[in-house]
Design a protein around this ligand. Structure first.
Ligand SMILES: Cc1cc2nc3c(=O)[nH]c(=O)nc-3n(C[C@H](O)[C@H](O)[C@H](O)COP(=O)(O)O)c2cc1C
Length: 305
């Protein structure tokens, strides 16, 4: 087989390949080391951290749906200090590129975490703006361009690290949200986070999830994710990192053609622990079959006329 170049440049950082394990479905990578060498990945977006340890939501926290899952894990994590002391050093020892995904309830919380990460060896900070409340007004950060602009500008002032703003799909105009992140000083945007959904048990007449509603992910959301990544990539000049239902190498190709520089793989890791490396191999096979030498040739190469 010919050697193809899978590396991509994301905000000046070279990733070995465009496949990043998505936040929340890969922990800090520990469970995956018994299956393969996790340094094979382009990167790992660590489980979302918050200023303090969180236990998450009450059970049930995950429900299967046709072609995907609904989750309401509720940001269970050890907190930013434990991440920096214990998880990050371990991840760096594995030779992976680490993205730290942060979630705050207030702009100040986002800034405190960004400051702490500034002197660390994380390659990127992924700012998850899809979380519950803003300090004033109680709005979801990610559903309003002004909030996205404000949080991005604030985080920008707290760190020199590249910032990737992770957008919520639960909006009517994704392009507007991507533009707000760019205007706030984001180096890249990533999307999509989960789509709000619900499951009901008809025997008990109760919601299945302890949290009543949850976030939908997996193959069922892929067409929506692809459309949103395409629209975001058309609207901004910063890189787009795409995700939502990626299960195979050809799914990755779709997101690259739509304009994504890299992708993240989430739910697939829960169904198949080998998913990320299988997807890397499938991407390489596709390139060999099509005679494509550099994966970056695919970025934005969609033909629409
Ligand atoms: C169980 C679970 C936990 C998640 N936790 C986080 C999180 O902590 N932070 C975050 O930004 N996204 C989180 N996500 C969203 C994923 O990173 C990803 O955006 C979404 O699942 C879509 O990709 P997929 O269809 O490949 O899973 C979580 C998703 C799942 C399924």
């Amino acid at each position: 087989m010919n050697k193809v170049d899978l590396s991509v440049s994301l905000c000046g950082v070279t990733l070995k390949n465009p496949i990043i394990a998505a936040s929340g479905t890969y922990g800090f990578g520990r469970d995956f080391t018994r299956f393969y060498d996790i340094s094979r990945l382009g990167g790992i977006s660590a489980k979302g951290v918050t200023p303090k340890e969180r236990a998450g939501n009450p059970p049930v926290r995950i429900v299967e749906t046709p072609s995907g899952i609904l989750n309401a894990v509720g940001l269970q994590n050890p907190g930013i200090d434990a991440f920096l002391e214990t998880e990050l050093p371990w991840m760096l020892e594995q030779g992976t590129t680490v993205i730290c995904n942060i979630s705050g309830n207030t702009i100040e919380e986002f800034c405190d975490m960004a400051r702490k990460l500034n002197n660390s060896s994380v390659a990127f900070i992924e700012v998850n703006v899809s979380c519950p409340n803003v300090h004033a007004g109680g709005k979801v950060f990610g559903s309003d361009p002004e909030s996205i602009l404000a949080v991005t500008q604030a985080v920008r002032r707290c760190t020199d690290k590249p910032i990737v703003v992770k957008l919520s799909p639960n909006v009517s105009d994704i392009a507007e949200m991507a533009v707000a992140a760019q205007e706030g000083g984001a180096d890249a945007v990533s999307l999509i986070n989960t789509i709000t959904g619900m499951a009901i048990d008809v025997n008990t007449r109760r919601p299945v999830l302890g949290n009543i509603t949850g976030g939908m992910s997996g193959p069922a959301v892929r067409p929506v994710a692809l459309r949103m990544c395409y629209q975001a990539a058309q609207a901004v000049s910063i890189p787009v990192v795409g995700m939502g239902g990626i299960m195979t190498g050809e799914d990755v190709v779709m997101f690259l053609l739509a304009g994504c520089t890299a992708v993240q793989v989430g739910t697939a890791n829960l169904a198949d622990p080998m998913a990320c490396v299988r997807i890397i191999d499938q991407l390489e096979d596709y390139m060999n079959r099509k005679g494509i030498k550099r994966v970056e040739e695919l970025v934005g190469a969609l033909i629409t006329e």
